[in-house]
Design a binder for this molecule. Structure first.
Ligand code: SF4
Length: 98
């Protein structure tokens, strides 16, 4: 099948791929098969979501709560966020052995 194959019309360019990115405050998942390219995320938070950049999600561009609010605006659930605590922050909360 080539890129011009009409059987690919309307098909996501990437199949069965969920990509994850994370920092110390938030973990973001993007399911390429659910994205219908509304560009809502790009318009709401271009400092984070930029299809011209690689990777296209840069979590350093905004605060976690702002990113989470944009994720909630995704109409298809292609973007999702999970409660997240980085491995380094969880280490500081561990009990010390007695
Ligand atoms: S808001 Fe959701 S569906 Fe729209 S482009 Fe972003 S990830 Fe895709």
């Amino acid at each position: 099948m080539t890129a011009d194959d009409p059987r690919q019309a309307g098909e996501p360019r990437t199949r069965d791929v969920t990509r994850a990115c994370e920092n110390a405050h938030i973990r973001v998942l993007w399911d390429a098969t659910r994205c219908i390219h509304t560009a809502i995320c790009l318009r709401r938070l271009p400092e984070v979501f930029d299809v011209g950049a690689r990777p296209w999600i840069d979590l350093s561009g905004a605060e976690a709560e702002e990113i989470a609010a944009t994720i909630r605006a995704c109409p298809t659930g292609a973007l999702a966020t999970k409660a997240w605590r980085s491995p380094t922050s969880s280490r500081t909360n561990r009990r010390r052995p007695r």
